[in-house]
Design a protein around this ligand. Structure first.
Ligand code: AMP
Length: 336
């Protein structure tokens, strides 16, 4: 039994999600305490519980401590159950974070899987659906795993109610991936999405982005089957080496101009830095690369999530991470 301290490093939900994924992959049971001790509402929240329940189903696991507010958990997987699964996160908890938890083991399964996930698809502090579709999944495809994702309905905090369908064709073995250079810029496109809110909000956001960035395409999207109000603005930067997606989440009381201005700033920094991998992609790529047993990338964004993931992965898998300075950026390499 591996003992983990949930308050280590970033101290949020990441260590738990990564541990669940790795435990199923390796068959190694674990116990974690002080779950989310670093957050103002510590312990398992509804969306973490949804990830635990999804992991228990996929890993045929016996679980102790799976309750809202619980600060410790024991997880004992006993196999892998690819196939058809449906998971509902309940409130507007993030459906994409549930996917982040169960995707790694399902990528290595013998059989394909079809998942139906209900919950938030565009939540602050979680990968928005468009980031998964346009940035993350194409990189997994380059590693040999074919994952298709369709967002049938967008769900925003607090109403939730989004729906995502995911098809997973496993890779058998993931191939290593190197993302050391971004290559020439191909296009920058922006999308402002509103759900049960005026399209004027989206237009104001695109106005700000148009002033700050050279856009090849700017699109207003209105959610056709809204379950509640929401707004998100996304900028997709397509380069020869990869596509990155940057997101601003609309918030009640925060002017649309400020939401768009924040994203514009992030994109400007990314373009100026010249590195391929942004902050969020960096922490999310570590697990697939570790499962592949090799690969490397250069990133300017070193986050608590990245550091936490490096630590928890090294506890489960016989891999080594080398982190070296590459100008103002860092090069992270995985070897087995
Ligand atoms: P946690 O804060 O521990 O619940 O983890 C949040 C996860 O969501 C991490 O993997 C982040 O990289 C990811 N994430 C948060 N915001 C974004 C964003 N704007 N785009 C992509 N991924 C994100």
């Amino acid at each position: 039994m591996l003992d983990l301290d949930g308050s280590a490093g970033e101290g949020g939900g990441q260590i738990l999600r990564s541990a669940l994924a790795l435990s199923i992959v390796t068959g190694q049971p674990f116990a974690i305490d002080r779950i989310r001790a670093g957050r103002k509402n510590p312990g398992l929240q509804r969306q973490h519980l949804a990830a635990v329940e999804a992991a228990a189903a996929v890993g045929k696991a016996e679980v102790q401590g799976a309750a809202v507010g619980s600060r410790s958990l024991v997880f004992r997987p006993s196999g892998l159950a690819p196939g058809r699964h449906r998971f509902a996160v309940g409130s507007a908890g993030s459906a994409t974070l549930v996917l982040q938890t169960i995707l790694p083991p399902l990528l290595l399964a013998r059989e394909p899987s079809t998942l139906e996930l209900e919950g938030g698809t565009h939540n602050p502090w979680a990968p928005p659906f468009d980031f998964l579709e346009r940035a993350f999944l194409p990189l997994l495809a380059r590693m040999g795993a074919e994952v298709t994702a369709v967002c049938e309905r967008r769900g925003f905090y607090p109403a939730g109610g989004g729906k995502v369908r995911v098809g997973i064709r496993p890779a058998g073995k993931l191939a290593p991936l190197e993302l050391l250079e971004r290559g020439p810029l191909k296009s920058v496109s922006a999308r402002a999405i509103v759900s049960a809110l005026s399209a004027r909000i989206a237009k104001r956001e695109l106005g700000v982005l148009g002033e700050r960035l050279t856009l090849d395409c700017a699109q207003v999207v209105e959610e056709k089957d809204p379950r509640g109000p929401g707004n998100v603005v996304l900028v997709e930067v397509e380069s020869a080496g990869l596509t990155e997606v940057f997101t601003g989440f609309g918030e009640k009381g925060v002017p649309a101009e400020r939401v768009a201005g924040g994203v514009a700033g992030e994109v400007e920094r990314y373009l100026a830095e010249g590195v391929p991998v942004g902050e969020h992609l960096a922490d999310q790529l570590l697990l697939p690369l570790a499962l592949a047993g090799g690969g490397a990338f250069v990133t300017g964004g070193w986050s608590g999530h990245t550091a936490t993931n490096l630590d928890v992965i090294a506890k489960f898998l016989p891999v080594r991470f080398g982190v070296s300075e590459a100008g103002d950026a860092r090069r992270i390499a995985v070897t087995s």
